[in-house]
Design a protein around this ligand. Structure first.
Ligand code: DGL
Length: 259
């Protein structure tokens, strides 16, 4: 079973930021990445709809015999991972906003969190947030419109800069020193965010932690691929393959499929 691929899915292109972290930590694995861009954004959808889409994505990856599934989407993790873990027989790795490290390290006692509505309103997020941020000023911001701009190839655009300025203003006014990126699309915004934020603000996301956790779970379950060969990376989208290829770099090919 260790030779089987790792499956990764997201509502769209954002999870490729997570695939990059996992792939660089464990490059010897085969990967199948699924971008459900036709249904993005997941953020404004209700819990039941997010669970239904997560089931569809999981079953696609299980048909391709994935040995482990990375839910590379904060919105799908916070709304659907319990359901997936209770329903299917493979290990699932999820991703959640990194509020804990931000809360433990803040010196200004104020942190910002940018995420989708689906993530910020989830029970799982409130639980984690309540555990670590009781004495901290947390400025939560729903990133309406950001995912749509990235999905339509407008990562570097005036519209994006204008949106970010609006979303960051209350955080800058509250003197945050940490900004938590709670959506896997947002690491692609880091160059823009560095330009727009005061120099002392640190930006954190959960990509590296997810990669470490994926490796640890593979090791624990004896699923790590130890055979030396040229690994395969397959990418599927039901959206625009060219936009995804431009984010992936390195000439990876993306296949367009209806699913
Ligand atoms: N990448 C997804 C996440 O991490 C984006 C959610 C969406 O599609 O709204 O939450």
């Amino acid at each position: 079973m260790s030779k089987q691929p790792i499956g990764v899915f997201d509502s769209g292109l954002g999870g490729t930021s997570i695939w990059k972290e996992i792939h660089s930590l464990i490059p010897n694995e085969d990967y199948i990445y699924l971008a459900d861009s036709a249904n993005a954004p997941y953020g404004p959808k209700g819990k039941d709809a997010i669970i239904a889409l997560s089931i569809k994505n999981t079953e696609f990856l299980l048909k391709k015999e994935c040995k482990l599934i990375v839910v590379a989407c904060n919105t799908a993790t916070t709304n659907a991972i319990d359901y997936l873990r209770n329903t299917y027989n493979v290990p699932f790795i999820g991703i959640e906003p990194a509020i804990k490290p931000a809360a433990l390290q803040t010196k200004t006692n104020a942190i910002g969190i940018l995420a989708t509505k689906g993530t910020l309103s989830s029970e799982l997020f409130s639980k984690t947030s309540n555990l670590f941020t009781s004495n901290i000023n947390v400025i939560e911001q729903v990133g309406n419109g950001i995912v749509e701009l990235i999905e339509s190839g407008k990562l570097q655009s005036d519209e994006m800069v204008s949106l970010l300025k609006i979303y960051l203003k209350p955080m800058i006014d509250a003197n945050i020193d940490y900004l938590v990126l709670g959506c896997t699309h947002y690491p692609y915004l880091i160059p823009l965010l560095i330009d727009l934020l005061p120099k002392h603000v640190k930006i954190i996301d959960s990509g590296e932690a997810v990669a470490r956790q994926t490796k640890a779970v593979l090791e624990k379950n004896n699923l790590l691929n130890t055979i030396l060969k040229k690994p395969k990376n397959e990418f599927y989208t039901n959206g625009n393959p060219e936009i995804m290829e431009s984010l992936l770099e390195n000439n990876f090919k993306v296949e367009n499929l209806n699913f």
